[in-house]
Write a protein that binds this ligand. Sequence first.
Ligand code: G1P
Length: 289
Amino acid sequence: MKIKKAVIPVAGLGTRFLPATKTVPKELLPIVDIPAIQYVVQEAVDSGISEVIFVTGRGKDSIEDHFDESPELEQVLEQRGQKETLKGLRQIAAMIEVVSVRQKKPLGLGHAVLCARDLVGEEPFAVLLSDDLIDAPSPCLRQLLEISEEKKESVIALRRVPDHEVQRYGIVQGKQLGDRLYEVESMVEKPHPNETTSRLAIIGRYILRPEIFALLERAAPGKGGEIQLTDGIADLARQKKVYGYEFEGEHYDIGDKLGFVRATVAYALKRADLKKPIREYLRGVIDRK
Ligand code: G1P
């Protein structure tokens, strides 16, 4: 079955980016001039997804507004003859069908995904986390979809991380099946580097079978007292095969301040209008040090 729906949890409070996130959802913080969430939705669209399900919370309405039409703004741009900007805005509104559901309490990522159950239905679906930006020749989600279409099973994105980053991610133990492909044997949420020999971290792109919902419903609170998606997928791996794929592409963890700045610089350097002046500026900064 073709996977059409993608769940994007956006209810998180963004406390790591306070005070910026006091009134602005962290998902709308821009990388250059595009809100982070738009890169993630674009990846879903480019991967063939046709419906996005936002799992939102209080104070997050402006994320949905970003993907809606904006008649007043469009009228002003039209009157001013700013045709290119207007075209860009209309393209965002036409990108994809958006629906949303509220996560009323911050009970964890697994609980957020469970909130989307009725909107997903009994079909496999994708999950994308907006803290993870991936710059790849073929969209990361597309890479996972190709495997899930062949195997008809769940697939999660993996990246090898250094010891000091192990505690920031879900970590997978698996059997290597191919160059980049693994069969997941077990997984643990944010372990201490001494607790696991694996350095394969889960990055926020998943293709999941609908059986995950029943497992998340039964799941006991895990790390941090939250219902963890990692624990749900570990349960799923005991019933069905779950694959892990070390995707091709550059990952930016923009939930982390250094990662956010790295992404800002890297995405700016990809822009024809900014590349040259930014390279010159960066050289100047380094030379002065
Ligand atoms: C979540 C998941 C974790 C995963 C990470 C990827 O953690 O719980 O397993 O490795 O996303 O970014 P969070 O970053 O939301 O704390």
